[in-house]
Ligand binder design. Structure first.
Ligand SMILES: Nc1ncnc2c1ncn2[C@@H]1O[C@H](COP(=O)(O)OP(=O)(O)OP(=O)(O)O)[C@@H](O)[C@H]1O
Ligand SMILES: [Mg+2]
Length: 357
């Protein structure tokens, strides 16, 4: 099946003689060499495939090219080389008019600092995209109302933006994107300006909404914890290039290089890992069923720990047909919390400490 959205060897170079620069990049030149000539290679040879209904996160430090990549996805920026396809359609083959149509009907963008119109009500702000599309007043009010309710803002329709907190204003931005029925959402650091608690709240809300809406979402962030919470898959960018694409577990357990690994140091592993990632799959089939509680491959790490603490033996991991697919000895859990498990240390029984009962 072809993906919803796809880039193929995409380059975006700012400055002079950009074609020439792409050629040099293809031959192995890096960003710094080009910068000496006054050109910036914002995106270098980026190939991504975004499947329908997934949250695809692009993660990277400031300047790594995330926003530039995002802007090529809805045709706001034209690639210097390479292709962008949306539903199989090469954006480069569309006229400006067709691109504008695509942006107003099928693709919505949510930015970091959402600019609301201060002199329009919350409802009118949420309905803005529909007004641009020429949707009649009554329908636009109804759809904006629904989108606001989805974003937890029922009852605030007639308020002014400045009566809302920053987090609520950001929700209006999200509601505006949802109201248009666009099923591709491009979110550029949409939650980055929010306080940590509100930010978590928004992440939860987005995940909750996504369960029913099943939009295709490209979400940009520089925060790996956010990336791992939200992303079905994550692309890590460095200096214009995508250095790894994978699930949160891939990135955490199998980082492509030291650079990616360095990011994962601050990640709360217990929030990312599931039984499938930590279990020992080398199991024999004919174990006796002692009737104890068991886990599933998707059981979150924290739950697994709680389970393990209550069982006198390793936790059995069962698939949907109750077949044993793995076991998790307690020691393994501790090992996975550490960044590098390393070899077991030798012990000559020198200082053995037992807890008092
Ligand atoms: N219109 C432009 N003209 C020239 N250079 C640009 C332009 N837009 C972006 N750049 C450069 O391209 C590089 C990538 O920028 P981009 O905004 O895509 O990074 P980013 O990963 O989104 O960063 P941030 O996290 O700070 O938003 C930067 O070096 C930036 O200065
Ligand atoms: Mg950016």
């Amino acid at each position: 099946m072809s993906p919803r959205l796809e880039t193929e060897h995409l380059y975006k170079v700012f400055g002079r003689r950009t074609d020439d620069s792409v050629e040099r990049l293809r031959q192995g030149a890096d960003r710094e060499e080009l910068r000496a000539d006054g050109t910036t290679a914002a995106v270098i040879d980026a190939s991504v495939r975004v499947e329908a209904g997934e949250i695809f996160v692009v993660m990277g430090l400031s300047g790594s090219g995330k926003s530039t990549l995002l802007r090529t996805l809805n045709g706001l920026l034209e690639p210097t080389a390479g292709r962008v396809r949306f539903d199989g359609q090469d954006l480069g083959e569309l006229t400006d008019r067709e691109l504008r149509e695509l942006r107003s009907k099928k693709i919505s963008m949510v930015f970091q600092h959402f600019a609301l119109f201060p002199h329009r009500s919350v409802r009118d702000n949420a309905a803005y995209g529909l007004a641009v599309q020429g949707v009649p007043r009554a329908e636009r009010d109804r759809r904006a109302g629904e989108a606001l309710a989805l974003c937890g803002l029922a009852g605030w329709e007639d308020s002014w933006p400045d009566e809302l907190s920053g987090g609520m204003q950001q929700r209006v931005g999200l509601a505006r994107a949802l109201a248009t029925d666009a099923d591709l959402l491009l979110m550029d650091e949409s939650f980055s300006a929010l306080d940590p608690l509100i930010r978590r709240d928004m992440q939860d809300q987005l995940l909750e909404l996504q369960k029913t809406l099943k939009k295709t979402i490209v979400f940009i962030t520089h925060d790996l914890n956010e990336a791992m919470r939200l992303g079905d898959r994550i692309a890590v960018m460095r200096d214009g290039r995508i250095v790894q694409t994978g699930t949160a577990e891939d990135i955490l357990l199998r980082p492509a290089d030291d650079y990616v690994a360095s990011f994962t140091q601050d990640v709360d592993r217990s929030r990312v890992l599931t039984a499938a990632a930590v279990m020992d799959t080398d199991v024999q089939g004919d174990e006796a069923d002692c009737g104890c509680a068991t886990a599933a491959p998707g059981t979150p790490f924290t739950e697994l720990c709680a389970l393990s603490a209550r069982l006198p033996h390793p936790v059995a991991v069962l698939d949907a047909n109750d077949g044993v697919v793995g076991v998790v000895p307690r020691q393994r859990l501790v090992g996975f919390l550490a960044e590098e498990a390393g070899e077991p240390l030798e012990c000559d029984g020198g200082r053995k400490v037992t807890a008092r009962a």
